[in-house]
Design a binder for this molecule. Structure first.
Ligand code: GLC
Ligand code: CA
Length: 559
């Protein structure tokens, strides 16, 4: 029988990820801001969530929408001021909601004071804050960059006749974590925010902070996906995370979650085993290949959607954390297209059903759930196919790269329409007035045209809306420790339409059945449902003689 192990508040929370640029604009400049979020605090509270993860709000020239920070201790002017930030924090705290900040310390902006100094002279005191390669040594060993126009992570600077490393765009130079001064500066800044009252951090590309700084030549013919070991998970990664824990995490009762590109089930516990004192949690990417080309993750492949394989990924990850550590679960964020379009079905007939089904999944797994803003009303992809519709450096630079190389940039765009990050960044749809009530000006990224019917206001009053379902489902999880800590066991694993599993804690047993398809589906199981009680479902009657209805979701309490 499963009992609760290592009960902790941060395992029991539901996190709401808030993308400030697209949430609510208070002053008509078309850009969401902190005052806008403050206007919506009651709405945020009404969801029943416990923690807000705020995407970066620091001073930034916005080459990569705030992931290029030029001042870690200042608020981006477009978003407001430090006073606004303090009010926001107070507003959240007074509602019992915690706030975690995005910590982007693999790189800074090239406009950060450290880099402005660093690039001046070879013997500048800040030189060693970044990775420089002196040109006398010849060209540095090639490193690919997904955000670079020329796909090259080394940028030559004539001023000092050397190259600097930027895994992301050329305006995002990588910090040199080998330099203890850099690390101390980072910890100091983290403590500064914690002392201000924030409740923790989401750690951007944290596995990249340590890399092999000998920069060995890459093996020939390596596929982009295989290059990771040369970019991340370097020899000192665990030492640095332990140091960060000692210097920051251990001193506060906070929460942290690493963005863990490259971590797999075999080394997962090295990061989150409590005894190792590194991170509390991280999020992996294993399930995000669904519908994406196996050969090139920049392209969609709709045929690559195998539910049986997908279910195994979640099962494997659950097993990793069955005794130690703790997982997280998400289906969408600011780096993905919309959850309902990717993993559900965004047709009019099934949009709401598949969205509520996916939320039932998110909120019934043994892992801390992350809900991305807009998903609580089932927002969907925009599917733009013209480059002018995009704002994301990732899309724009890759498109130009292909053009330059004379490759088929248009087919990339057609494919990318379904997976681009901007799909997940369109403004929040509040109501059916112009620009969905997001702004009175011109939105920085066009509002999805379906806002007249798909919006918060419309869903508020309708009991069966996605929004009201999400609220009920969050409440159910919060009031049911079995949904949080209960053992997870798959049921009818080879079913190609249904994802079904039990959750068991002490003497309580639940069965979750989710239909991931647009056809009725029969569950093969010996579990006796005759005495069961339905705790929640997205249909009044989820099951008839043909089976579970399309995109049905149901949680049974078994007796
Ligand atoms: C992370 C962020 C992403 C950003 C990148 C570089 O993956 O989530 O938005 O572009 O890191 O900071
Ligand atoms: Ca604004």
């Amino acid at each position: 029988m499963q009992h609760i192990i290592h009960r902790k508040w941060w395992k029991e929370v539901v996190v709401y990820q808030l993308y400030p640029r697209s949430f609510k604009d208070s002053n008509g400049d078309g850009i969401g801001d902190l005052k806008g979020i403050i206007e919506k605090l009651d709405y945020i509270e009404s969801l029943g969530i416990d923690v807000v993860w705020l995407n970066p709000v620091y001073e930034s020239p916005n080459d990569d929408m705030g992931y290029d920070i030029s001042d870690y201790r200042a608020i981006m002017k477009q978003f407001g001021s430090m006073e606004d930030f303090d009010l926001l924090l107070e507003g959240l705290h007074s509602r019992g909601i915690k706030l975690i900040m995005d910590l982007v310390v693999n790189h800074t902006s090239d406009e950060h004071e450290w880099f402005r100094e660093s690039r001046k002279l070879r013997d500048n005191p800040y030189r060693n804050y970044y990775h420089w390669w002196d040109a006398e040594k010849g060209k540095p060993p090639y490193r690919w960059s997904i955000f670079d126009k020329e796909s090259n992570a080394w940028k030559y600077e004539a001023a000092t006749n050397s190259y600097y490393l930027h895994i992301f765009s050329e305006k995002q130079p990588d910090l040199n974590w080998e330099n203890p001064e850099v690390r101390n500066q980072v910890y100091d800044m983290m403590r500064w925010w914690m002392d201000k009252g924030v409740d923790g951090f989401r750690l951007d590309v944290i596995t990249c902070i340590s890399k092999d700084i000998a920069f060995p030549e890459l093996p020939k013919d390596m596929a982009p996906g295989d290059w990771f070991p040369y970019y991340a998970k370097g020899p000192n990664l665990h030492a640095y995370l332990q140091e960060m824990n000692r210097e920051v995490f251990s001193r506060y009762d906070g929460m942290n979650v690493g963005e863990a590109s490259g971590i797999n089930i075999n080394d997962a516990l090295l990061f989150v085993d409590e005894d190792r004192q590194e991170l509390q949690t991280f999020y992996h990417f294993d399930h995000t290949g669904f519908g994406i080309s196996k050969d090139n993750f920049m392209y969609a492949d709709h045929s690559n959607r195998n539910l049986v394989e997908w279910k195994k990924i979640f099962h494997r990850w659950d097993q990793v954390f069955s005794k130690k550590g703790w997982g997280t679960i998400y289906l969408g964020n600011h780096d993905t297209s919309r959850m309902t379009s990717r993993f559900g079905n965004d047709s009019e007939a099934y949009r709401e059903l598949s969205a509520t089904m996916l939320h039932t999944f998110l909120l019934s797994m043994r892992a801390t759930p992350y809900i991305y803003n807009g998903d609580e009303i089932g927002m969907v992809n925009t599917n733009h196919t013209s480059i002018e519709s995009y704002q994301d450096v990732y899309t724009i630079n890759y498109y130009h790269q292909l053009k330059q190389r004379g490759e088929d940039a248009e087919s990339f765009l057609r494919s990318h329409a379904w997976i681009s990050r901007d799909n997940g960044r369109t403004p929040m749809q509040w109501n059916n007035t112009v620009n969905a009530g997001f702004t009175s000006g011109t939105p920085w990224l066009a509002v999805h045209e379906n806002y007249t019917s798909l919006n918060v206001e419309e869903q508020e009053t309708r009991p069966g809306s996605v929004l009201n379902y999400v609220r009920r489902m969050i409440r159910l999880r919060k009031n049911n420790l079995t949904l949080i800590y209960g053992a997870f066991n798959p049921v009818d694993e080879n079913n190609e339409q249904l994802f079904a599993y039990t959750r068991e804690l002490d003497d309580q047993k639940l069965l979750v059945v989710l239909n991931f398809s647009d056809r009725p589906a029969q569950l093969e199981t010996t579990i006796d449902l005759s005495e069961s009680q339905i705790l929640i479902s997205n249909y009044p009657e989820p099951l008839d003689k043909e089976g579970y209805k399309p995109y049905a979701a149901v949680i049974y309490q078994l007796f």
